[in-house]
Design a protein around this ligand. Structure first.
Ligand SMILES: NC(=O)c1ccc[n+]([C@@H]2O[C@H](COP(=O)([O-])OP(=O)(O)OC[C@H]3O[C@@H](n4cnc5c(N)ncnc54)[C@H](O)[C@@H]3O)[C@@H](O)[C@H]2O)c1
Length: 363
């Protein structure tokens, strides 16, 4: 089979992980890269040994040697770039959140249908092996009937963490370019992806969302506003099943990480036991086994699971490449990405208006 010829668009911070994903997949090759920053582009081309570089996205789209584009640009560019790429006949994988509004997400999905090309949203948490194992445990009845999910996220400072480019701080600090909140809207996408992946559709949400002025944050410039602390409560569809997420940020909190300083832990209580996932892809506050199951009064630890940050990206990219080859959908279709965005927007509205919001009303 001829490998899929892919191009990365936006070769900033997280592109490192996408590059590793394509390098590990024999069914794909990285044919071209595109970025408006010419210095960064030539550094990446040399580092990754990529011959074709573009500073203009339209020129990349005219390249007949590119089958698929992987859009890793700031959020406000996701919708226009995705639609243009689909109209140029390329398959598209776009970083989360897929768009800033439901109208944009609708237009992206329609463009994929018109073009007959694959559109999917990449969220590495969805492929992170501990969550995939947790899903298998739930589906095999490992804790009985799920009754609640409790999530806690804490972000802080990672002394050995990634450096974030200054240009990234700028777009992330402007809600018109990045959306309403760096923590619950942006990073929250991962959390809501897992809340839906593990337990299904969500019907209603109520959110308390604080505003904290940033002194130092890994992605927002000082003086910017963080959508934190937060306490989010939701109800799943058609069942008496509820979730909560407590989200806190403090620069004085040390989170062990070689990437982002964010810890997230998940606890699902079922009728016969409790499932804990302690290892999300980013950092970790306390070293614990990735998965623990409490059942019949005793705890079983599961450690034979890949917890590497890169694994979720590699598996997500493999799934995209195989989906195109097999003519099937890839996990996190445009439609699923839109439902996660709908939840995020409903949560933001709830926090702003101080009332419960029906997720389906977010249009
Ligand atoms: N899955 C994850 O864990 C994760 C982590 C970080 C970021 N992300 C997502 O990835 C995306 C990028 O984030 P980042 O942290 O790498 O940002 P970044 O600012 O480091 O990189 C963005 C890149 O896009 C380039 N760019 C801007 N406008 C462009 C244009 N018109 N044409 C081509 N290139 C352009 C910039 O020059 C920059 O190099 C965002 O959607 C973000 O939410 C996901």
């Amino acid at each position: 089979m001829t490998p899929l010829r892919a191009a990365l668009v936006g070769v900033g911070r997280i592109a490192d992980m996408h590059y590793l994903g394509y390098s590990a997949t024999p069914m794909a090759e990285l044919t071209a890269i595109c970025d408006i920053d010419p210095d960064l582009l030539s550094r990446r081309a040399a580092e990754w040994n990529v011959e074709k570089t573009y500073t203009n996205f339209d020129d990349l789209l005219s390249d007949p040697d590119v089958d698929a584009v992987d859009i890793i640009t700031p959020h406000y560019l996701h919708a226009p770039m995705t639609i243009a790429a689909l109209e140029a006949g390329k398959h598209v994988t776009v970083q989360k959140p897929m768009a800033l509004t439901i109208a944009e997400a609708d237009a992206m999905i329609k463009a994929a249908e018109r073009a007959g090309r694959l559109l999917r949203v990449i969220d590495n948490y969805r492929f992170h092996p501990p969550f995939v194992r947790a899903k298998q445990i739930l589906e095999s009845g490992g804790i009985g009937e799920p009754m609640s999910i409790r999530i806690k996220t804490a972000s802080g400072t990672a002394p050995d963490g990634w450096e974030i480019p200054q240009s990234s701080h700028v777009w992330r600090s402007d809600p018109t370019l990045s959306g309403d909140g760096s923590v619950l809207f942006d990073h929250g996408h991962h959390v809501w992806t897992i809340a839906r992946y593990l337990l299904g559709d969500i019907e209603r949400v109520f959110a308390y969302i604080g505003r904290t002025e940033v002194v130092k944050h890994h992605e927002i410039v000082p003086g910017g506003i963080l959508d934190n602390p937060g306490m989010i409560v939701w109800k799943y569809a058609d069942r008496d099943l509820y979730g909560t997420c407590e989200s806190v940020h403090s620069e004085e909190l040390i989170v062990r990480s070689t990437h982002y300083p964010i810890d997230a832990s998940f606890e699902i209580t079922g009728s016969r036991g409790i499932l804990y996932v302690h290892k999300s892809p980013n950092g970790q506050l306390v070293q614990r086994p990735p998965i623990e199951i409490l059942r019949d009064g005793s705890i079983t630890s599961i450690s034979n699971v890949d917890t590497d940050y890169a694994a979720g990206f590699r598996l997500a990219i493999e799934d995209f490449v195989h989906a195109i080859a097999d003519g099937r959908a890839s996990a996190l279709t445009g439609e699923e990405g839109r439902e996660i965005l709908r939840f995020s927007l409903a949560m933001v509205r709830s926090g702003r208006e101080g009332r419960e919001v029906v997720v389906a009303d977010e249009r």
